[in-house]
Design a protein. Sequence first.
Length: 102
Amino acid sequence: MEHNYLIPANSKKSMLILGFFTPIDLIVFGIGSAFSVIMLFIFNTTVNLSSIVLMLLPAIISAFLVMPVPNYHNMMQLITNIIIYFSGRKRYYWKGWCFKDE
């Protein structure tokens, strides 16, 4: 049993707030929620359901962005990776170990 190390699979979760959120995630959710609360205070909320949903839309969108996703940190990271992939370079040049042999 010498030199056997056990690293837990969730060792990075201890660096996150509540095990799920980074400070940026909480800032995004806080800004979206604060904007929704301000709109609820400013505008008349007794009009109808659709106007209340529109006022809560920033909080709903920010909650969607910080929602945890398997194999990624959250939806914001997944969307960022998709944008980087589709806007990035598509031609990959071979620079492997046999590049100078040709």
